[in-house]
Design a binder for this molecule. Structure first.
Ligand SMILES: Cc1ncc(COP(=O)(O)O)c(C=O)c1O
Length: 434
């Protein structure tokens, strides 16, 4: 606490942060892309390998998630232009889009890009070791009963606030794995119930996300034939997310939108532990270089990546050290301590971080339903709240340019009606009282 106070006093952190006031922090450590990439220990080619792997997994994905079959077993989401929202918030220049991961056909959240990818990668790895498949094979045979019996002898573990657990749980159970999901106290009951109904073992923790991940990691260490999907440290997860950059780039190209120094791309990414936004940022920087600016968005009570990057030190920092309580309606973003992997790898790539209030999430969840019929969960509405609150400041370096803004809407389509209706009712009340 004292250390945090000292650092705040010297201006390292935005003054409003410990009071829970929404802030915009422009990253003073951001570097031009070549210098940023040179400081990363990850090879950009790994993103290409992940893109190729997703293609190879297509026939298997189509078996496991028949909803994706029409798209060749691809885990892709729509890029939707939001003209009505742009009009409502008074955008006069440039364009506004939503990247619709909230409706990803596999598990309805961005965490599928990492979680499903890592489950498939692990399944293929162990099947290859056992001689069940070879490079280049049609992988749909891994959905057959014999493969299922093989996977049933292996265990997958994961620690999660909900959506990663659901992604790993659903893909893992459909392949036949024995799945154990460790959930933090913030995890929504319906997410736990859904996993239990799939046949996964749900271990409930009274503690926060970081401790649930730690417990899952230790449980995996104690068990033979187990694989831990590590939301804090996994490079496979990171690359699964990073592969989304090519998908977005193709959609932007198809829409005929230039992205260059005079036509910058601003991408708003909800940030929890950091894997999803970090991976996407790494992938986007590789594709668009300095023409893309990536903005992370965190709840006012859980700005874990902001404190980690702002302090710039090589040991974990927690939001609790600054008197914040990590309590937020955005369960997917309720993380007190950022991934050290992501902080290290994207420190010089992120444009900055905005924090947003729970009320603004509910208000934006409601606007997005009223105007676009998008069923978002609170975490997924955070990019809109950040754009509206801080767009003026965020866009200063590009104010005379045609900016294409992409708000990554990261989850919610598969939430139960009662859950969504309750959030909408709160959002409606907040809007009426404005
Ligand atoms: C809906 C939603 N959006 C964003 C995120 C943030 O992803 P990450 O924790 O990898 O930063 C999560 C994480 O679970 C999520 O569930």
């Amino acid at each position: 606490m004292m250390k945090g106070q000292e650092l705040m006093n010297d201006g390292t952190l935005p003054p409003g942060l410990p009071n829970g006031t929404p802030v915009w922090w422009r990253n003073p450590h951001a570097l031009p892309v070549d210098a940023a990439m040179a400081r990363s220990s990850l090879d950009g080619e790994m993103v290409k390998e992940a893109e190729d792997a997703w293609e190879w997994y297509g026939p298997l994905l189509a078996q496991l998630f028949p909803e994706t079959a029409a798209d060749g077993g691809r885990n892709r989401s729509e890029l939707r232009e939001l003209n009505r929202i742009a009009g409502m918030i008074g955008l006069t220049r440039g364009r506004l889009f939503a990247k619709c991961d909230y409706a990803l056909q596999t598990t309805g959240s961005i965490k599928a890009r990492g979680g499903v990818f890592e489950v498939l990668t692990h399944a293929v790895d162990i099947a290859r070791e056992a001689g069940l498949v070879e490079d280049g094979d049609d992988l749909s045979k891994l959905a057959a009963p014999e493969a299922k019996a093989f996977f049933a002898r292996h265990r997958l573990l994961v620690g999660s606030t909900g959506n990663l657990g659901y992604s790993v749980g659903l893909a893992g159970c459909r392949l036949g794995f024995d799945v154990e999901v460790h959930m933090s106290h913030d995890a929504k009951q319906w997410k736990k119930d859904r996993l239990t109904a799939l046949g996964a073992c749900v271990v409930e923790h009274g503690s926060d996300f970081s401790q649930a991940v730690c417990a899952a990691r230790e449980a995996a260490d104690r068990q033979a034939d187990s694989h831990f999907v590590d939301d804090e440290r996994s490079i496979t997860l990171f690359m699964g997310y990073a592969a989304a950059a090519r998908e977005l780039a193709d959609q932007i190209e198809e829409a005929g939108i230039p992205v260059d120094a005079n036509h910058p791309l601003h991408v708003y990414l909800p940030c929890g532990v950091g894997g999803a936004p970090g991976g996407v940022t790494f992938g986007l920087k590789r594709v668009f270089g300095d023409a893309v600016r990536c903005i992370y968005v965190e709840p006012v009570a859980s700005p874990c990546m902001l404190v980690q990057l702002a302090l710039g030190i090589d040991r974990p920092v927690s939001v609790y050290d600054f008197g914040l309580d990590n309590r937020t309606i955005a369960d997917g973003l309720a993380v007190a301590q950022a991934s050290q992997l992501v902080a290290r790898e994207t420190r010089h790539m992120v444009e900055g971080i905005a924090t947003v209030s729970d009320e603004s999430l509910l208000i934006w969840l409601t606007h997005m339903w009223r105007l676009e019929k998008m069923r978002l969960e609170p975490s997924a509405a955070s990019g809109f709240a950040a754009l509206v609150e801080f767009g003026g400041e965020i866009e200063v370096p590009d104010s005379d340019r045609e900016i294409t803004r992409v708000i990554w809407t990261t989850g919610g389509a598969y939430q139960p009606e009662t859950e969504f209706a309750a959030a909408l009712a709160r959002g409606n009340d907040l809007i009426s009282s404005m």
